[in-house]
Design a protein around this ligand. Structure first.
Ligand code: NAD
Length: 369
């Protein structure tokens, strides 16, 4: 039985991870630490709140004393670190928060883990610190370059990826210098349930429903690898179970798409959903699909993002060969599940978009104190 501290699990991937983990490891204890920034949504964790083996703590990863207290009090043996500022565009307009959370916050967690788990370095407590990172640390690829492996040199290009790269190095250093049992995974773009609608796929789906423009940066030919979020969670589970301490593992879908092609695919799927279900036109009258126009009529080209990386591609041979990783979803099946989720969870989307959930969180929090 494991006792996990999961940081950032009110966000997209962390939330999917704790739902997945407790569905697979019902006996384990999961404590979530999340500061509930604009990207954190406690509502996503609501179905878990009454489980006796689940606890939510609102707090900052930069609060070393709080983290030390939780590690001791909850006898945590596994820390899975998702908490981050994660949106590249926001890192361009305001990099400070990225330095604060991704670099200084990660270092603060490492310090806390070292002080509790390695209090007596000759007799370390059983532990694992798993750091969740991104393929963006490797920089950008030309059209014919080989995909990123774990040995690809780091070359981050945005304040976001630079801050994640710095955190990866700190995690590595705490292993080599102090003997902390760490693993790191670098994953490609995720998509799936509970995804904040500032990111490409949920932005397009929700804007099609609302009849708002689908903004495409530059020529739209930037290439990304996409992985269904639950497959990412499975990959992390494998690393926790079988990964070698000190190692890093790339996780991806071997599934490269140009942004414009993804957007066109989403448009086609939404056209099909509206054609198949007449009630959608009643629920979303603002959508072009409700007005007999194709969803791709909303596509609007906008000025490219500064320093926009052209292509990311990830080679996940290592995790496949050494840990047996294989995504359960194809892109086809994963995207269909995602479209269906966004069509059936309007209340979640409305709350996130209106900010009403922040008020709700404050009320919930006040009740629990
Ligand atoms: P997200 O922005 O959806 O969620 C981040 C969560 O961290 C939020 O709940 C937020 O409240 C919390 N948080 C932020 N600052 C905090 C702080 N100082 N203390 C405590 N909590 C804080 O992010 P995501 O997309 O779920 O990404 C999770 C992790 O996975 C990140 O480390 C990111 O770099 C990495 N990653 C994301 C992707 C992707 O496609 N989204 C791909 C690869 C790796």
């Amino acid at each position: 039985m494991k006792r996990l501290l999961v940081t950032g699990a009110a966000g997209f991937i962390g939330a999917n991870f704790v739902h997945y983990w407790l569905s697979q490891h019902a006996e384990d204890r999961v404590v979530v630490l999340d500061a509930l920034t604009y990207a954190g949504n406690l509502e996503t964790l609501l179905p878990l709140m009454d489980k006796p083996n689940f606890r939510f703590v609102k707090g900052n990863i930069g609060n070393t004393e709080l983290v030390e207290l939780l590690l001791r009090e909850e006898q945590i043996d596994t820390l899975v670190h998702f908490a981050a500022e994660s949106h590249v565009d926001r890192s361009i307009t305001g990099p400070d928060a990225f330095i604060e959370t991704n670099i200084i916050g990660t270092h603060s967690l490492l310090k806390a883990a070292r002080s509790v788990w390695l209090a007596d370095p000759a007799n370390p407590l059983p532990h694992r610190f798993h750091h969740v990172s991104t393929d963006e640390v490797y920089g950008t690829l030309g059209p014919n370059d080989p995909a990123f492996t774990e040995l690809t040199q780091y070359a981050p290009n945005s304040p976001y990826s630079a801050s994640k790269a710095a955190s990866d190095h700190l995690v590595r250093a705490y292993h080599h210098t102090y003997g902390l049992n760490v693993t790191t995974s670098n994953c490609s773009n995720n998509y799936g349930y509970y995804h904040f609608p500032e990111k490409l796929i949920p932005l397009c789906l929700t804007n099609i429903l609302e009849g708002k423009p689908l903004p495409i940066y530059g020529d739209g030919k930037q290439i990304r690898d996409w992985l269904f979020v639950e497959d990412h969670c499975r990959g992390i589970e494998l690393v926790l179970q079988k990964g070698v301490t000190g190692e890093t593992y790339n996780i991806g879908g071997v599934n490269e798409w140009q942004n414009i092609d993804i957007v066109n695919l989403l448009c086609e799927l939404m056209d099909g959903e509206f054609a198949a279900d007449a009630s959608l036109a009643e629920r979303y009258p603002q959508s072009p699909c409700a007005q007999g126009k194709p969803a791709n009529s909303l596509i609007t080209y906008v000025k490219d993002r500064a320093g926009h990386d052209r292509r990311y591609a990830i080679d996940c041979t290592k995790i496949e060969r050494e840990l047996g990783f294989k995504p359960a979803e194809t892109f086809e099946t994963g995207v269909r599940k995602t479209v269906s989720w966004y069509l059936n969870n309007q209340a979640w989307i409305d709350n996130v978009k209106s900010g009403a959930y922040q008020t709700w969180i404050d009320q919930q929090y006040a009740k629990r104190k």
